[in-house]
Ligand binder design. Structure first.
Ligand SMILES: [Zn+2]
Ligand SMILES: [Zn+2]
Length: 402
């Protein structure tokens, strides 16, 4: 339950019901196999005693076509029938492959509109087409395109290879949206901008939570308390080494990352708070992230979950697009989490706006903000004269993670 009652999750339009991923995999795979059997794409006996991975000879529609011609003895001789079937199969396979390779889908940008329809999406498209024609076509390429689901996806995710007779693995894929941090404290009347994804990763059911957690990159991990005039070349002085405790909170469970010897359970205070307010949050659980995979999770699609590190630095994330793997998906587990979307901005020096920052400058009496990132050159030029500090300031070494 956890945050479900607090947000009234059952009545939120953008949330799915609670999904047990392992159960989803079994149910969806079973449904897919039974659909394929009904369509004659696989043999019925294969659906009954199905192995998790790997193609079966019986599953290939080509073999079944060969068998069909052989049994019917179409060419008067069984051997000749098989040869004829093989020739047909080869011709179709070669032709289809040539067609896919010579006319990739990316050569055909979206141009069509559906008219006279009741669907809201089509009506919206029609409305936008009229608007674009009336004003200028740039509208289509900017605002409209930006709102499309795959507008900023990596091209590699949208281009797929043509897979000849390949059986997909029995596993799920789900997209994880890591949201852009928002540190603004909204006051009443402010226009609240929607929280947007900064990164999107596709993960497999076999992907571990450690692998997912390592995709959360935050500058809070790469600060130090080493002043600018001291040496900070040792990695042990950075916060990521000094305070490695972190957790992922998914549905009703706090998954702790205890890989580092000095990691602690920083979720305990949150659990105690939730325990004191049990009617609102229900029972919560705690588990070590070690060995836990995506397929072991229970979650709602579209619901915000939380990654917390450095004490109280919180990052929202959500799961969407849960589906079975298909033949075109990458199978190698080490390719996951697979980045499909990235609109992150690399931090730049606040002065020159060009170089990578190397110092966090605090409480400087000559800078407009209480905290600013500066590159080595700008910092030294602005705050030192003949190796002597100018004005009052506190500056600490910083390592840019991107
Ligand atoms: Zn953070
Ligand atoms: Zn600079």
């Amino acid at each position: 339950m956890a945050m479900d009652a607090h947000f009234d999750a059952d009545n939120l339009k953008f949330c799915s019901p609670v999904i047990n991923v392992k159960q989803f995999l079994e149910d969806a795979y079973e449904e897919q196999r039974s659909m394929e059997a009904k369509l004659g794409l696989i043999s019925v006996k294969n659906t009954e005693n199905d192995e998790a991975e790997g193609s079966s000879e019986d599953d290939d529609v080509r073999n079944r076509f060969k068998e069909f011609l052989k049994n019917k003895n179409v060419y008067g001789d069984q051997e000749e029938s098989v040869t004829a079937a093989e020739q047909v199969i080869e011709r179709i396979d070669r032709g289809t492959e040539q067609m896919f390779n010579s006319t990739p889908l990316t050569d055909y940008p979206f141009t069509g509109y559906v008219h006279n329809t009741e669907f809201a999406v089509h009506k919206e498209q029609e409305h936008r087409r009229e608007y674009a024609e009336k004003h200028n076509r740039k509208f289509l390429n900017s605002v409209f395109r930006r709102r499309l689901k795959y507008a900023f996806y990596e091209p590699s995710e949208l281009e797929r290879d043509y897979c000849l007779g390949k059986r997909p693995m029995k596993d799920i894929l789900v997209t994880v949206h890591i949201m852009r941090p928002s540190n603004k404290w909204h006051s009443k009347g402010d226009r609240v901008r929607p929280v947007k994804a900064e990164y999107k990763y596709v993960v497999r059911g076999e992907t571990t939570l450690h692998e997912l957690r390592d995709k959360f990159i935050c500058s809070a991990d790469f600060c130090t308390m080493v002043p600018d005039h001291e040496d900070a070349t040792e990695s042990s002085v950075y916060h990521v080494e000094q305070y490695p405790s972190n957790f992922l909170f998914i549905h009703d469970t706090f998954y702790l990352d205890m890989r580092k010897p000095n990691a602690k359970d920083i979720a305990q205070v949150v659990r105690e708070f939730m325990h004191r307010n049990k009617p609102e949050f229900g029972v919560t659980h705690v588990a070590d992230m070690e060995g836990v995979k995506i397929k072991d999770l229970v979650f709602r699609l579209g619901f915000p979950y939380n990654y917390t590190h450095q004490g109280s630095c919180e990052h929202l994330f959500q799961f969407t697009d849960l589906r079975l793997m298909n033949a075109q998906d990458e199978e190698r587990i080490f390719d996951y989490p697979f980045k499909v979307f990235d609109i992150s901005k690399i931090p730049k020096c606040a002065a020159c706006k060009m170089n990578t920052p190397a110092f966090v400058v605090q409480n400087s009496d000559r800078l407009p903000d209480t905290l600013m990132l500066m590159c080595n050159v700008c910092f030294k030029t602005f705050h030192y004269e003949n190796d002597k500090p100018v004005g009052k300031f506190n500056a600490y070494h910083y390592f840019c993670p991107q």
